[in-house]
Ligand binder design. Structure first.
Ligand SMILES: *[C@@H]1O[C@H](CO)[C@@H](O)[C@H](O)[C@H]1NC(C)=O
Ligand SMILES: *[C@@H]1O[C@H](CO)[C@@H](O)[C@H](O)[C@H]1NC(C)=O
Ligand SMILES: *[C@@H]1O[C@H](CO)[C@@H](O)[C@H](O)[C@H]1NC(C)=O
Ligand SMILES: *[C@@H]1O[C@H](CO)[C@@H](O)[C@H](O)[C@H]1NC(C)=O
Ligand SMILES: *[C@@H]1O[C@H](CO)[C@@H](O)[C@H](O)[C@H]1NC(C)=O
Ligand SMILES: *[C@@H]1O[C@H](CO)[C@@H](O)[C@H](O)[C@H]1NC(C)=O
Ligand SMILES: *[C@@H]1O[C@H](CO)[C@@H](O)[C@H](O)[C@H]1NC(C)=O
Ligand SMILES: *[C@@H]1O[C@H](CO)[C@@H](O)[C@H](O)[C@H]1NC(C)=O
Length: 745
């Protein structure tokens, strides 16, 4: 229990957590992203209600330790700034004192005091949505700069190491390693016996970890037992440039891979010492193609670099540019999200690395052995709920992230699902649930026994496909896969108004017949296909599906409204039940606008009246909720105060320090405690409000081009051809209307 005064401080300032002595901007999350770039490069500081950077070991997203240590030595006294490194008795160390912590969309920045010197420790995990090479590089930066805090010059050395825990989920296995010295000093470490595409405890048992730094003046290295290497630095301020060749188990006298820099005597802020940490494997993904053949795919950066050394040289050498780009990205996201609220901006900033960190961009080799850069596929690991590959109902909640940052990445995520189902190997008439049970094996489900979510996934595919096409004006998905899209629509026509007993994406909540929210998705899916048909000039289908969807909406309204008319039910006829009808968000996102605004108003009022301490429950079966659906709902409600109530609830949960795991999307609304999920990419859904505002911005750029105009009839902003008004006028009107609804009602 926190003391009363501390609770007040926490609730009202929201900046200084009662249990911590440093300032935090915007807040202390349960776990801080440190190096989060792929499903296998995922290091976090488990912070809980207040753990300094040097008060815990960094952990993999699962919670297992990934050894990552840091010392700064000032005038002969060594201070720990990262991890819990032990040294021997003759080499005592002190702890630097954490003064501040800040996170942005790409960076986690700590300032610590080490006696007469302050150090700034920046963890930068780049997010580069427009550059497939940069985005796919599985590396992350740690930079350290030092500055005297007493106006006097001081002698400063900086040290950091990683252990072999970065390469396996089983520390009893034997590691091998070596060190390469040139312009860059690189330690490489891997399992002696690897399993291609094999995981253990969610770590990949293939490939190597790399720890590198520039070989500038005064750079030294050592590999060896943790105590030896660390004690060496503490006593000398440098390393002996020696390698341990006694290959052994990860946990046997823990081999660590140390790098040190001597900054000399500094009288003013030093330039940063930069380290890069990475995990590389090749091939990366196993992928089913026609006739059950399996293709091996490589991470995209290989198209640009022939060796890992080249990739590391480029990555380390361009730190300043990467930081400039990262700051520009952070600023754009922060400005856009702050237009909603500062609470919202903080949730978004915490979510972006996590969501991208579940993905990898890949490329195949053509028959001549060189990379085919026309064949780009993105893969996503579901993470923690299970290890499924490209789960449709995990891509779907995350979808706003891709719409906002680069819709083409969304297409690259959908493509494996389309390509696989277009081979005819998947036997069901609805959309497949995922591309494979266990990442990184995208082997499909030729037996048709994937987790069945027929309405959920069929609706999701249709909605995401139209939304991609609207934002990109690229019709390749809808022309190439028209038949599949139509097949799923036919299924929705039979099963979405009266959905059979089945699960939705919220499978943990159980299955149910006649789910109101699932029906919404199915009906919008049908209308999405009307929009798709319009875009390819199939006006017969367009009007048929459009009229089916409208007639379903009227019938649905009868089935789904609780008697008394106060709210929608969770399932038809169960008047006391209700739930987050978050699928209505996509009616706004697509601009289909087939559900009456009265439904949005009714739900808004209702949610405003049923919120618990940490938000509105997912539905009446339980008191837990999902942060992604909470924010989707914030994006659809018609009142600013209810919107802000939902946003601030998620923010409060994310900052409550009641766990120390990477942001979990499933949590308890009564007390803000986390349920089973963590580190999932679905937090990309926290960008739901940004994806909406981006839609008006993008829509307004399109008038004039006739192909885009015809897309606009049904798509860009929900206009109908029968309105007969010019595209421009309708767009302006609708975007004004949206602004009005969001800001003033
Ligand atoms: C280090 O080990 C890796 C993996 O065995 C190997 O590919 C590489 O050539 C080695 N480098 C040096 C400099 O020995
Ligand atoms: C760094 O490079 C120089 C030559 O460029 C070399 O003499 C020195 O030994 C290298 N540093 C290390 C730690 O090997
Ligand atoms: C402690 O480590 C230092 C540096 O490696 C070494 O010189 C010294 O012998 C070690 N002392 C003990 C007691 O192991
Ligand atoms: C090899 O195939 C790729 C396409 O996969 C093509 O772009 C490239 O030009 C080909 N290279 C040679 C040498 O034929
Ligand atoms: C390259 O990939 C594209 C897209 O998948 C494909 O259409 C083309 O046939 C491929 N080219 C080769 C040479 O394999
Ligand atoms: C589903 O709802 C329809 C329409 O209200 C009703 O006819 C049907 O019995 C319901 N099915 C179940 C299983 O409750
Ligand atoms: C789109 O709107 C234009 C102008 O209102 C109309 O001529 C055209 O037929 C419409 N296209 C579709 C596919 O509805
Ligand atoms: C409309 O679509 C449904 C479902 O595919 C089909 O059964 C019906 O015949 C279509 N109606 C027309 C007029 O094309």
């Amino acid at each position: 229990m926190l003391p009363f005064v501390a609770v007040i401080t926490f609730l009202f300032s929201g900046i200084v957590h009662a249990a911590v002595t440093w300032t935090a901007m915007p807040f202390n999350p349960a776990s801080v992203p440190l190096a989060v770039r792929s499903p296998y490069l995922s290091a976090w500081l488990p912070q809980g209600s207040g753990t300094a950077l040097n008060a815990a070991w960094p952990t993999f997203w699962t919670g297992s330790i990934v050894g990552w240590a840091g010392f700064v030595r000032v005038d002969g006294t060594t201070y720990t700034f990262l991890g819990l490194p032990a040294t021997n008795n003759s080499t005592p160390t002190q702890k630097a004192v954490q003064k501040s912590f800040q996170f942005t969309s790409t960076q986690s920045i700590f300032v610590l005091t080490a006696g007469p010197v302050d150090i700034t420790v920046t963890f930068l995990s780049p997010v580069e949505p427009d550059d497939l090479v940069q985005q796919s590089l599985p590396f992350s930066y740690l930079s350290v700069s030092a500055s005297p805090n007493d106006g006097s010059p001081h002698s400063v050395q900086v040290y950091s190491d990683i252990s072999a825990e970065w390469i396996t989920g089983d520390n009893s296995l034997t590691a091998t390693w070596n060190t390469t010295v040139g312009d860059i000093i690189t330690h490489q470490v891997q399992l002696q016996t690897q399993t291609v595409f094999g995981e253990k405890n969610d770590h990949i048992q293939q490939g190597s970890a790399f720890y590198s730094t520039q070989n500038s003046t005064g750079a030294t290295f050592q590999s060896g037992a943790d105590i030896d290497v660390r004690s060496q630095f503490v006593s000398r301020g440098s390393l002996p440039n020696t390698q341990d060749t006694d290959f052994r188990a990860v946990q046997d006298r823990f081999p660590v891979f140390g790098l040190a820099h001597d900054l000399g005597t500094i009288a003013s802020p030093s330039s940063p010492v930069v380290f890069s940490v990475g995990h590389v494997r090749d091939p990366a993904i196993q992928y089913i193609i026609a006739n059950g053949a399996l293709q091996e795919r490589s991470v995209f950066f290989w198209t640009q670099f022939s060796t890992v050394q080249d990739a590391i040289s480029s990555f380390l050498g361009s730190y300043n540019d990467a930081l400039t780009r990262a700051k520009a990205f952070d600023d754009k996201v922060n400005n856009d999200a702050s237009a909603i609220s500062s609470d919202y901006a903080s949730i978004v900033a915490l979510s972006i690395r996590q969501a991208f960190g579940a993905t990898e961009i890949t490329v195949s080799k053509g028959s001549n052995g060189s990379f085919n850069t026309s064949d780009v596929l993105m893969f996503m690991k579901e993470i923690s709920s299970d290890g499924n590959v490209n789960t449709v109902d995990v891509i779907f909640p995350a979808w706003p992230l891709f719409l906002y940052t680069n819709p083409t990445l969304g297409k690259d995520l959908l493509l494996p699902l389309f390509e696989y189902q277009a081979t005819g190997q998947y036997p069901n008439k609805w959309s497949v649930h995922d591309m494979g049970a266990s990442y990184p094996k995208a082997l499909g489900h030729n037996d048709g026994k994937d987790e069945p979510m027929p309405v959920e996934e069929s609706g999701n595919m249709l909605i995401m496909t139209l939304s991609y096409t609207q934002r990109s004006n690229d019709k390749s998905l809808i022309t190439t896969y028209f038949n599949l899209l139509d097949q799923w629509t036919q299924f929705l026509i039979t099963d979405s108004l009266i959905p059979a007993n089945q699960i939705s994406t919220d499978d943990f909540a159980g299955s149910l017949a006649n789910q109101t929210n699932l029906a919404i998705k199915g009906i919008i899916g049908i209308q999405a296909m009307a929009g798709i048909a319009a875009l390819v000039g199939d006006t017969a289908r367009q009007s048929n599906y459009s009229s089916i969807a409208s007639s379903y909406v009227s019938q649905w309204q009868q089935f789904a409204t609780a008697s008394g008319g106060k709210h929608l039910t969770l399932s038809y006829g169960d008047d006391a039940s209700w739930g987050l009808a978050y699928n209505l968000y996509t009616d706004k996102l697509l601009g289909t606008n087939i559900f009456p605004s009265s439904v949005f108003d009714m739900q808004t009022t209702w949610y405003g009246s049923v919120a618990n301490n940490f938000g509105v429950p997912l539905d009446t079966r339980h008191t837990y909720t999902k942060s992604d659906w909470e924010i989707w709902t914030a994006a659809l409600v018609t009142s600013t105060s209810v919107r802000d109530l939902l946003i601030s609830s998620v923010r409060k949960y994310a900052a409550d320090g009641s766990s120390s795991q990477p942001l979990g999307d499933w949590y308890e609304t009564t007390d803000g405690s986390v349920e089973g999920f963590r580190a999932r990419p679905v937090v990309g859904g926290h960008l739901a409000l940004l994806a909406l505002s981006e839609s008006s911005a993008i829509g307004e750029q399109t008038p004039g081009d006739s192909s885009q105009t015809s897309a606009g009839n049904l798509t860009s902003q929900g206009m109908r051809s029968s309105y007969g008004t010019s595209l421009m006028t309708i767009m302006c009107f609708l975007s004004l209307l949206r602004t009005f609804r969001v800001v003033f009602v």
